[in-house]
Every structure is written in structure tokens, then in C-alpha cells.
Ligand binder design. Structure first.
Ligand SMILES: *Cc1c(COP(=O)(O)O)cnc(C)c1O
Length: 317
């Protein structure tokens, strides 16, 4: 027998020092008899909530050790990484420098406008060069211009530092669960965040890529753990994004789903590119009788600022 009323599994909200787990009600929940919860990473702090802050943690520590005052990174014009990076730099009195993907902009996106208002320096880059990441020519130009005093962070805060920051985060959330056997669900892009969770105390998780056509998602996550010197304790299953048109795309079905989800959970907004696609997929699997986990914990990885990049008629929250 399943108890459909969420909340029987955990007496109340699990709430500890700004960390919150609460029930999330899915439209197809009655069909599958499973219970769903969400860890509210979007509520963790007012300065750059979500996973990006955790991915940046050890990068910022390293920059401070090296006594670097200018921090540079790469990002797309709507990127959550950029938003978090700028907020963190500002908070610590450092100068953020951003190599932005794409050649010219007639007008700054809301994300870049906010970055500039917070004192960020923007460098446009051609897509071919941008793709080279830390080997890009624009990096050499910036390094010479600032006399090699710049600390560089890879796009999205990836790398071993990013994985280790997410492992710390995962372990905090794991402790908050107080031994309840949750099956974890996490949205992924680079897989760095998922890698941190894979090395944590959680025993099983499903990873939902925001990218279409990713193969060997789980191998990629395992390799990131290895590169960071971490062993994997979690069994992982992965899905790619095959329902909404790929990264950065938002489908009508997705927006309709979010409107329904909002009526069930008025105080839990999801982001357009990662967390909403994850919950959509689980809801669908549930309807198909293919979701077998009694107690699921979604991780809200933030990203609500991403709504700013969408036109008015697509806004849900
Ligand atoms: C960047 C991002 C992710 C993916 O994180 P990765 O570490 O790149 O896998 C998930 N959710 C949100 C809201 C993000 O901004």
C-alpha cells in the first residue's frame, strides 16, 4: 500500500538552516502511487541561488589563494553560470570578466545587462574560438592585456573544483534527508553537478540531461568523478532531452505542463531549461507506469533567472 498523501514519509517539511525539502505534487501521481519531494536549492541564498554557486566554491577559494582580483569565465548570453559568477564576484569584491559566446550583440540580454551593472567586463568572442575554452585565442589576449593576473574558470564552473563543490552540496542535502531512502533526480548539462552527487551518500539517482542526443551520459559522469579523484557510490541511470527540441528550447507541452504543476504547487517555480524538463519526464514515466521509486527527491538547481531570456507570452511564473 502506498500513501498517496505526501508528507507521511517525512512528518513535516525537512527544514534546517535555510535548507528545505518539501512535497512536490505531480499531475500523474495518483496513477503511480509514488511520493515526490523537492530540495529547494533555489531558496538557498539570495546571492546566486542554485547549483552554480556550489560549482564555483573551490574555484573562488583557489583564486583567493593565488591572490587574483580579476576572475574570468566563459558563458552564453542567458547563462545561469554567468549570473551566479557575477553575483559571487561582486559579493567577494572581485572583478568579473566574461568571454561571451557570439560575435556581436545589438542589445544586451537581461543577464548580461545585470552583469554589466554589477561591474562585469564583457569580451565578445567568435563561436569557433569560444569552443576552444581555456585554449581560446581570446584568453591569450585577455591574459596579456591584464599582465597574467587573471584567474580562469571553465564554462559552467566545470572541472574537478566544480565536482568537489557539488559533492559538498550533495552531502549537505544527504544529511538533511536523515537516512530516508530517497531516489535522487537531478538535471544536467555538463554533468559536473551530477558527478558530485554520484560520489555522495545517495544510493541511486536518475540524471536528466538538458541536451538532445547525449550518449554515454553515465560514463561521462563517472569520468568526471575519476578525474576529481572521487569514487562512485551511487547507481546512475540517464535520459537525454528528446521531448522539447533540445537545449534552450521550450515546448508548448512543457509550458502547459508547468501551468498545471503551478496550480498544484503554487510556491514552487521551476526553471525553463533544466528542472522543468526533468519533472516533466518523471511525470510522463509515472503515467506510463515506468517510474518505480516510492520516494523521489528532485534537486532544484535554481536557474529561475533563465525565464528572462524568454518572450512574455511564454512566461509561466
Ligand atoms: C547549469 C545548470 C544545471 C546543470 O549543471 P551541470 O553541472 O552543468 O550538469 C542544472 N540546472 C540548472 C538550473 C542549471 O543552471
Amino acid at each position: 500500500m502506498h500513501d498517496i498523501g505526501n508528507g507521511a514519509f517525512i512528518e513535516n517539511l525537512l527544514n534546517d538552516n535555510q535548507m528545505i525539502i518539501e512535497p512536490l505534487y505531480l499531475p500523474t501521481q495518483q496513477t503511480c502511487g509514488c511520493q515526490f519531494y523537492i530540495y529547494r536549492g533555489d531558496l538557498e541564498c539570495s546571492v546566486a541561488p542554485g547549483n552554480k554557486r556550489h560549482k564555483l566554491k573551490y574555484h573562488l577559494q583557489q583564486a583567493s589563494k593565488e591572490n587574483k582580483k580579476i576572475l574570468a569565465t566563459f558563458g552564453g548570453p542567458h547563462s545561469n553560470h554567468i549570473a551566479a559568477f557575477v553575483a559571487q564576484c561582486k559579493h567577494q569584491g572581485l572583478t568579473p570578466l566574461i568571454v561571451v559566446r557570439g560575435e556581436t550583440w545589438a542589445k544586451l540580454t537581461p543577464t548580461l545587462r545585470q552583469a554589466v551593472d554589477s561591474g562585469a567586463l564583457l569580451f565578445p568572442s567568435e563561436r569557433v574560438d569560444y569552443k576552444l575554452g581555456l585554449r581560446a585565442n581570446i584568453k591569450k589576449v585577455v591574459d596579456e592585456y591584464y599582465d597574467h593576473q587573471v584567474y580562469w574558470i571553465p564554462e559552467g564552473g566545470a572541472g574537478a573544483e566544480g565536482v568537489r563543490g557539488c559533492l559538498d552540496w550533495a552531502n549537505e542535502i544527504y544529511r538533511l534527508c536523515r537516512g530516508k531512502p530517497f531516489h535522487l533526480c537531478i538535471a544536467s548539462g555538463t554533468g559536473t553537478t551530477a558527478a558530485g552527487f554520484a560520489a555522495s551518500g545517495f544510493s541511486s539517482m536518475t540524471v536528466f540531461s538538458a541536451l538532445k542526443g547525449v550518449v554515454s551520459l553515465t560514463t561521462n559522469i563517472e569520468n568526471q568523478c575519476l578525474d576529481a579523484g572521487l569514487s562512485i557510490n551511487t547507481s546512475i541511470k540517464g535520459f537525454d532531452e528528446a521531448l522539447h527540441g533540445g537545449f534552450g528550447k521550450v515546448s508548448t507541452a512543457q509550458l502547459d505542463f508547468l501551468k498545471t504543476l503551478k496550480t498544484l504547487n503554487p510556491d514552487i517555480p521551476l526553471d525553463p531549461l533544466y528542472t522543468s524538463k526533468m519533472v516533466y519526464k518523471v511525470n510522463q514515466l509515472c503515467a506510463q507506469g515506468e517510474w518505480q521509486h516510492d520516494h523521489t527527491l528532485f534537486v532544484h538547481t535554481g536557474g529561475l533567472q533563465g525565464w528572462q531570456g524568454l518572450p512574455l507570452e511564454k512566461q509561466v511564473y
